[in-house]
Design a protein. Structure first.
Length: 324
């Protein structure tokens, strides 16, 4: 469990007050471009230096779903970062690599891990094809960690690819995950979690529900996310990057990540924005348009009402008798 994190710099941006104490469950919120995913990547890269060497490639592949980029680790080291976790400082820098690209992660004891990407051109009948090979090399002069960091960093991929399922099942404890699901939904619900091959010979994650084996894609996005998080919860540290819903869902439901609805001030446009956007009256449009001034009330043309409204206006009003 992480107790304290201090952020010094992320991708060239320096933080003066970036230290915070970590609780058992931590939620990081903010608008787009607030370095939320970059912070999770930096923590994942730092923990990767203390991970089991047999799980490094699986952990790096799972963490690529946060940025949706297979070369996320090189991109982070290229731009640079510096953080401290529980008093240990980690620093990522680019590294010159012959015939490709590379980066290095250093801790308090010196170089801890290097990342190298080699580029190869393969001739084909249609031209030259480029092939990339990524290697993660821990410092060979250091012994393996006595207590490896059991962590996982990921985001729910769409679609759930075979490589993601294989890497997640490789580092997860299935018996513990089934126990957590039974505590959550009852013993009559989920029973087992297995990997099976479908008719297309694809590796799919299946779950037994009431004597039926169903792939998690048919359980719905909500149940699929809960199942993936339950598998990840078998690790000691979970870094989960929740992606916002599509734009249509944000417009209908008013998602908190939608700056226009829930944040009066846009980071890219410092001018305050009103919460009332879909206004149709001339008065509200003139009030929030900025350069347009509000028109006087007598200049606003009246709308022609319905037949009942016209009858109500032309109907003589009843006068009450005057008593002296």
């Amino acid at each position: 469990m992480i107790k304290e994190v201090e952020v010094r710099s992320l991708r060239g941006l320096t933080f003066r007050k970036g230290a915070f104490e970590a609780a058992r469950i931590n939620i990081i919120t903010g608008c787009n471009g607030a370095y939320k995913t970059t912070l999770l990547e930096a923590v994942a890269a730092a923990l990767l230096t203390r991970a089991d060497r047999g799980e490094m490639y699986a952990l790096a592949a799972l963490a690529s779903t946060m940025r949706m980029d297979d070369f996320w680790l090189y991109g982070l080291l290229r731009d640079g970062f510096e953080i401290s976790i529980d008093g240990t400082r980690y620093r990522g820098t680019p590294l010159a690599y012959p015939g490709g690209y590379g980066g290095r992660i250093e801790d308090g004891e010196g170089p801890a891990l290097e990342v190298a990407i080699s580029v190869m051109q393969i001739p084909t009948p249609w031209g030259a094809a480029i092939q990339y090979n990524t290697s993660i090399n821990p410092n060979p002069q250091r012994p393996p960690p006595e207590r490896p960091a059991r962590f996982v960093a990921f985001a729910t991929p769409n679609p759930i690819a075979q490589n993601f399922v294989y890497n997640l099942m490789k580092i997860s404890n299935l018996a513990k995950a089934v126990e957590l699901l039974q505590r959550l939904y009852g013993e009559e619900g989920f029973k087992t979690i297995t990997i099976k091959h479908d008719e297309l010979n694809r590796s799919q994650l299946y779950i037994s529900v009431k004597d039926r084996d169903l792939p998690i894609q048919y359980l719905g996005s909500g149940y699929a996310a809960v199942l993936l998080l339950t598998l990840a919860a078998t690790r000691d540290i979970v870094l989960y990057d929740r992606k916002p819903p599509p734009p249509l869902a944000r417009r209908q439901g008013g998602h908190p990540n939608d700056r226009g609805r829930n944040h009066p001030v846009d980071r890219h446009n410092p001018k305050p924005r009103s919460h009332k956007h879909n206004t149709n009256t001339r008065q509200q449009r003139g009030k929030h348009s900025g350069d347009k001034q509000e028109r006087p009330r007598e200049d606003v043309p009246r709308r022609r009402g319905t037949t009942q409204d016209r009858k109500a206006r032309t109907r003589p009003q009843r006068q009450l008798p005057v008593t002296q």
